[in-house]
Design a protein around this ligand. Structure first.
Ligand code: MRU
Length: 311
């Protein structure tokens, strides 16, 4: 499971959180131990491998830490190894249900913000594939469409791994929502021509002041949205919020293999020896964010206070 998360066979903040929970449960099923304490000792390796599989999304360590807490409590209560395993499997299922349910609520709250006839620009992939539920940013769009609002989408392709082109466009087709694929660098062009009414994105980690880490390119979109007076919404479950970080400067940003930038799916596009950089996420300062849509309601400014209320 840890390699599936690293290699992004499963990706998207809520989906990797859910996978982290199931990963611990799978590990627990394989551990052989004569006592609860031995079980916990052996489980630590599983916990560390999963927690550190990807560093940016808060959902992953949060889910794994929750599993660890539940296992420790079970040992303290004197449960035997079989019982602990069962408790962990149930807890992983609970995490899954909660993450999925959160996306239904986010989608409902967010859809209220969208007027019929709107064109929404979105980035990366934030739909069912990324969340195991309905979606965050894409959930809002899908819900608005289900409410019979006329919605069009501009989907950023999302360099370098093309989650927008490969996944978002596919999910939009499935949902029957008209969508146009654009390259990331076209966003400003469409915004300046008044062809975008809202920008809605997901999040991987939100600091206590509302600064938000999301897929690389999100910050650029937020600045462009401000310049063009377009509302910029972040949609995310409260499991993505990290109140222990005062600002976005403290959010760890994953640096991925440079091969993802110098080529695509094994085909080299840059010259040999070409230097590259590959930060997978950037941080959008809270001042560019209009509101944060969570399952516990829409957080308006000042975010610090609103975030304090929902967590
Ligand atoms: O690197 P990825 O594909 O895991 O990045 C995903 C994103 O940045 C999403 O926007 C974010 O996780 C929100 S998913 C609902």
């Amino acid at each position: 499971m840890a390699s599936a998360i690293k290699q992004m066979n499963v990706r998207g903040a809520p989906a990797i959180g859910v996978s982290g929970g199931y990963g611990v449960a799978l590990g627990a099923l394989k551990i052989k131990a004569a006592s609860g304490n031995e079980f916990i000792r052996k489980m630590r390796k599983v916990i560390e491998a999963l927690k550190n599989a990807r560093p940016t999304a808060r959902n992953l360590p949060r889910a794994v830490e929750r599993m660890e807490r539940v296992a420790n409590e079970a040992v303290t209560e004197g449960k035997n190894v079989d019982q602990i395993r069962e408790i962990l499997v149930d807890e992983a299922k609970k995490i899954h249900t909660e993450e999925a349910e959160a996306t239904y609520k986010i989608s409902d709250f967010g859809a209220d913000l969208i007027l019929s006839g709107a064109t929404v620009l979105t980035h990366c992939n934030t739909g069912p594939l990324a969340t195991t539920g309905y979606g965050t940013a894409l959930g809002v769009i899908i819900r608005a469409h289900e409410q019979d609002k006329e919605i069009k989408v501009l989907a950023d392709e999302t360099r370098p791994l093309l989650q927008g082109a490969r996944l978002t466009c596919w999910e939009l087709q499935k949902a029957g929502i008209p969508a146009t694929l654009i390259t990331d660098s076209m966003a400003g062009y469409f915004m300046s021509r008044r062809e975008v009414d809202y920008v809605i994105v997901g999040a991987d980690r939100i600091a206590a002041n509302g600064d938000t880490a999301n897929k690389i390119g999100t910050y650029t979109l937020a600045v462009l949205a401000r310049e063009n007076k377009i509302p910029f919404y972040v949609a995310a479950p409260t499991t993505t919020i990290d109140p222990s970080l005062a600002s976005g400067e403290e959010i760890p940003i994953e640096e991925r293999s440079h091969d993802e930038v110098t080529g695509f799916q094994g085909v080299r596009t840059a010259p040999d020896e070409c230097e590259a950089a590959n930060p997978a996420f950037d941080v959008t300062p809270h001042k560019y964010i209009t509101a944060i849509i969570t399952e516990r309601g829409i957080i308006q400014k000042p975010f610090q206070r609103g975030i304090g209320r929902v967590i």
